[in-house]
Design a protein around this ligand. Structure first.
Ligand SMILES: [Zn+2]
Length: 279
């Protein structure tokens, strides 16, 4: 979800289709909304001298979009050899089985229900299609099955909905859990500090050139929201919807249902850490 805060670093304009790094090209899906920003970013990742490409997040089930993804790869002289999913939300995953059918390839995801073919996908795996080196990183929190993909040669990380190009994301309780999400942000921060990652290639919104700044912003934002939720409970709010009306008052009302999921995750976190009563 979005809010008024601006991310640090220089977002490269809007979310546009086209090359973002030496190895990653975006094809923007035609599904813009308050929740999906400009639409879902479908990423095509490939070694520059290879004729094999990997698609990350085919996006919604939209034949025009899926054919645009295939055409973009073919125009670059590449064949789609594999599809990966950052997580199972339909705006990322719904088109996967159709793309697999069109390209006669497999789909790998953390959630077995989303896979096509024999191969799973787990943190620590390394994708080596066509000479790529892309490392799978556990980033649960937005959902339980959220993964990110670290592309060391481009000093980039593909974050799905864990970090967006604008605004902040939803912790989609009960599947998404705030403690997991904070751990995931710290894991991404260590990629920026220890592994020199500069670029965030998000699932929605523009590319971010200051990955560490973005992660720090997300951590600070979550801490400040959590303090606001704690204060709201101390001041007498007893339900998640009451907390939303108080803490998310400045956020567009169309986003309140999503905000309520994040609030439920925050209330659970505060209770688990003994910061508020059992409720
Ligand atoms: Zn999502």
């Amino acid at each position: 979800m979005t809010d008024a805060a601006t991310l640090p670093g220089q977002p490269r304009g809007g979310a546009l289709s086209g090359p973002a790094t030496a190895r990653a090209v975006n094809v923007l899906a035609p599904n813009p909304s308050a929740m999906t920003l400009d639409g879902t970013n479908t990423w095509i990742v490939s070694e520059p001298d290879s004729d094999l490409a990997v698609v990350i997040d085919p996006g919604p089930l939209d034949d025009g979009h899926l054919r645009a993804v295939i055409d973009t790869a073919e125009r670059a002289g590449k064949r789609i050899a594999l599809t990966l999913l950052t997580h199972g939300h339909p705006d990322h995953a719904e088109g996967a089985s159709r793309l697999a059918e069109l390209t006669r390839t497999n789909v790998r995801a953390l959630d077995p229900a989303l896979r096509l073919g024999d191969e799973g996908l787990a943190p620590g795996d390394v994708i080596t299609t066509g000479g790529l080196e892309m490392r799978v990183v556990a980033t649960p929190g937005h959902t339980g099955d959220s993964l990110s993909f670290h592309l060391p040669a481009d000093r980039a990380v593909l974050t799905g909905d864990t970090i967006l190009g604008r605004g902040t994301t939803v912790v989609a309780h009960p599947d998404g859990r705030l403690g997991d999400y904070l751990d995931s942000l710290r894991r991404l921060r260590s990629l920026t500090v220890d592994d020199g990652i500069h670029v965030v290639l998000p699932g929605h919104g523009p590319v971010l050139d200051d990955a560490q700044g973005a992660v720090e912003f997300y951590l600070a934002h979550r801490a400040s929201r959590l303090a606001q939720v704690e204060t709201a409970v101390e001041n007498g709010c007893t339900t998640a919807s009451e907390v939303v009306a108080k803490v998310y008052a400045e956020v567009d009302r169309s986003l309140w249902p999503a905000a309520e999921l994040s609030v439920r995750a925050q209330l659970e976190y505060l209770r688990e850490h003994g910061l508020i009563g059992p409720g």
